[in-house]
Design a binder for this molecule. Structure first.
Ligand code: ZN
Ligand code: ZN
Length: 144
């Protein structure tokens, strides 16, 4: 359940990111996928993000597996990513993560949204979103 009573929305589980991204993207058709560690199944990560280059790398907090997700590998060399701390509770560096895809009529992805939830205080947010200007997008979509 999302709590909208505070200045920033909070959620008590990762699933609240789905609803948050619908509101944030103003698109109820957004296709939201969970990000789960392929090695250990954990769903909380440290995030290294460059908001200018639109790049994100995740690190599983349980097994330390790192992954540059979606199509961010292409810009990673030029990126200057910073490890993110929750701006609200200012203590946690752990987030649940989902990705939202807004699709074109032919099914390919037009816009990508990152949805994040601080595992400490529950604050929901979106560190990044970016436009996809190539097709097909299947390989990018599956790289989570
Ligand atoms: Zn893991
Ligand atoms: Zn927090």
């Amino acid at each position: 359940m999302i709590d909208t009573s505070k200045e920033y929305w909070t959620g008590d589980s990762a699933d609240d990111i789905d609803e948050y991204l619908k509101e944030y993207s103003e698109n109820s058709e957004i296709d939201v996928k969970p990000v789960i560690c392929h090695k250990c199944g954990n769903d909380s990560f440290q995030l290294r993000v460059d908001q200018d280059e639109e790049a994100i790398q995740i690190k599983c907090v349980k097994c330390n597996t790192k992954k540059i997700i979606l199509d961010c590998e292409e810009v990673w060399e030029d990126a200057q990513p910073r490890l993110r701390k929750c701006p609200i509770c200012k203590t946690s560096k752990e987030f649940n993560l989902k990705v939202g895809f807004i699709r074109r009529e032919n099914g390919n992805v037009k816009w990508v949204y990152i949805g994040n939830r601080c595992t400490n205080c529950g604050t929901l947010g979106s560190y990044l979103d970016w436009k996809i200007n190539y097709e097909p997008t299947e390989e990018m979509e599956n790289n989570i």
